[in-house]
Design a protein around this ligand. Sequence first.
Ligand code: SF4
Ligand code: SF4
Length: 953
Amino acid sequence: MPEGTTIWDAAKSVGIDIPVLCHDERYDPVGVCRVCAVDVGARVYAAACVRPCEDGMDVKTATPEVEQRRATLTQLLMADQPPTDQDPKETTTADNELLALARRYGIEREDGIPLGGGRGEDFSNPVIAVNHDACILCDRCVRACDDIQGNDVIGRSGKGYSTLIAFDLNDPMGESSCVTCGECVAACPTGAIVNKPINAVPIKPRTELDSIDTVCPYCGVGCALTYHVDRDRNAISFADGREQPGSQRRLCVKGRYGWDYASSPQRLTTPLIRREESYPKGPLSSDVRGEGRGRRHKPGGLVDYGEVLPHFREASWEEALDLVASRLKDIHADGGPGAIAGFGSAKCSNEEAYLFQKLIRAGFGTNNVDHCTRLCHASSVAALFEGVGSGAVSTTYGDIVNADVAILAGTNTTANHPVASSFFKQARRRGTTLVVVDPRRERIADHADIYCQLKPGTDVAFYNGIMHELIANDWVDREFIARRVTNYGELAKTVRQYTPERAAQICGVDADTIREVARLWGQAAAGVIYWGMGISQHTTGTDNARCLIAMCSITGNVGRQGTGLHPLRGQNNVQGASDAGLIPMFYPDYQLVTRDDAREKFADAWGGRELDPERGLTVTEIIASALQGGVRGMYMMGENPFLSDPNVNKVRKALSALEFLVVQDIFLTETAEFADVVLPASSYMEKDGTYTNTDRRVQVGRKALEPPGEAREDWKIVCDIAVRIGLPMDYGSPSDVFDELASLMPNYAGLSYDNLGESGKLYPNPDPEHTDGTVVLFDERFGTDDGKAHLVPAEWLPAKELPDEEFPFILNTGRLLEHWHTGSMTRRSYALDTIQPEAHVYLNPDDAAAMGVGDGDFVRITSRRGSIELSARISHRDTPGTCFVPFHFREAAANVLTIDEIDPHGKIPEYKFCAVKVEPVGGRAATNGGAEAGAGGRADAAAPAAERAGPAT
Ligand code: SF4
Ligand code: SF4
């Protein structure tokens, strides 16, 4: 046993159970409940959870005296517990460990000493209820909130018997800074903090529910979770975090509470075909026409089914699939392969991504297949391929704990990758120096040792300034450079021009801070960089990422524990969809479509089909081509480009111009309004498949629910269409598809459904039967042809559309913690929609004051491409002259405003920078987050949602 092992840990390791209430192996022990008292032969009993083992120590864990003492303690704790009808053997979301102890010692409530109760309840959070009378002040929730999630919301207030756990300054939980991750619910041993039922699905005892071990459907962190399913209702009752090395039972609000969209009454349940009389096509629903009207949206701000559905008629699967196949075949025959394009989805599984690109490539002979990776990290991937010969991360997010210094660059990680951010915060508490670089002071900046608030669009100047200092002070790794890096001389020549003073002039971070970051980075034994879309979503996105690659390479910070490059991937399966070839320039596993050997390999594997030797069009190029009549027929599986692509007005024209559009989705999306055929697909919860997270962890997602009506699994629909266009696709299960893709993808070699286990595996994994996979890549050589890192120097270039007199503000766009992309899932989740029901623009207090705008006042934001109206939130996180609009809300669609200029290498749009003007338009939101009376927003959206919620249990 290592030095310091506690008695409790030692006993557990040999199968001896010592009861405890205030402890869990994930927390530092505090020894406050004393239930774990053991006899160590001393004058007083010792608390096993805090007392370290000693040589020769004789420990008695369950003598009659020790047990009697535990019984007495339990009786005292039970004394003022509120009545409950829970059976301790069948507890619900928070296992009621106190009741279980009471049962063990035969203690009834009435044996206790009633103290009167009355410490109160708190139902202010939409999905969590607090009953202070059931609280034994064990502080597990406090440590879960502080030490595990790093949110620092829960503490204590009061004295003596009136002591309570408190949220912030004893605020109601729902009005505090709580982010509803539910870690406190998972921690609480007494049922003092519990889940509320969602959408009136009762939280039954676990023994009455099916437990399905799967993976969260939202972000690239890929947290492992268990859905507890009520089979009578075909609905999820509640979710728990599950053990897996990457997520360690943690979840965020989306994973723990955002699953009920699957049971929405708005699910598509039957194929739909546009009626003859509903041509010509166009956007049907009134809210998104290039003029977002944030204050006049309907509750939930979603597509108006009543307006859209009458333009379609129900059809059988046979009729719909036959029509899809024949129309796409006709367009293909008439216009050639280039007239067809497909958008797959990073929400779908690896198998579905693989089959979709196979259908487009082998079935239609074109590489015009892409997905939303183009909109998030395409520039990072372009730079990584060029620089290190691989688009995947070189280490995991959990590896931060081994780093001396970590740079978080352009990532709103607490919102976009909440569980990864909990590891970042935890690493900082354990000694990693955290440097946060972002124009917007996001929540993670509150945890930084150094926060660099650079001006938007100046990343290249900032990082060149740092590299200038690294080289000037000889804080580079000369041996690493000589052995493993090319083009160092050109890089050094370029960054020589970026003295800290010059860099500071461009980026706005003072020269001394640039020097200090350079010193920290240059002197660190291990440094790692994690970055987000603040780096990638620029017309200079590839240059930004090139700088980060160079920073790591010249200091030898790649290929060792605690070092490396990690673009934090957004969607749950954007890594896997890219791996599986859902991109126009690569076959699966990044084998170039332009290479003869790769083309022959896939042609052979796919039945001798003739494959396109040219790279295909990207998402943005396909939209441009459709506008010009090039692409005429499209298949969209789970993408909603009408809201997700830049410059909505242009996308609208492109979608309207298509001769034929088939949309496969679970809801009527804004894009489906332009469809000729709509195919009802399965949600994540309704199918099996594998998903690859941002760490390269391949995990199995398991079916938890039956699809509604006639909705079908996506992979089966792709097969049905393939067969109809003459491409055989005969698979019995996703596992068969996985076997095929793994046989063609060297990085997935050796992986199969059977050996992925409960936690999945990191690829590459040469020994999948015995290991979890490879954490650190490039220990000996990079993935490039010569095995070296190829440095590409970058000169700073300004953004494409700078502010001017007419449009004086810089618009930044991004996500909120509670919402996901175009909101089709999260806005149909009770918890997420209730917490964040409507769009806001975040404005600096000085700018707001200068315009006479108060919190909740409505403003109009106008760019050269369109205009939206929405309410303002005054935010100290935004600098003067900038504003931030989340892009989830169709009624105030940020992409009405964004510019469709793209990075020349990654072809990613400049979502993070365009010029706008902001004007007050009168009127106020009714509440924080609300809207004018009768105008929708929180007041309207929350009411039906509240009706859907059941009472607390
Ligand atoms: S609410 Fe639960 S976890 Fe928190 S201190 Fe009370 S009993 Fe412990
Ligand atoms: S961090 Fe990401 S994967 Fe984990 S629960 Fe939240 S949304 Fe899901």
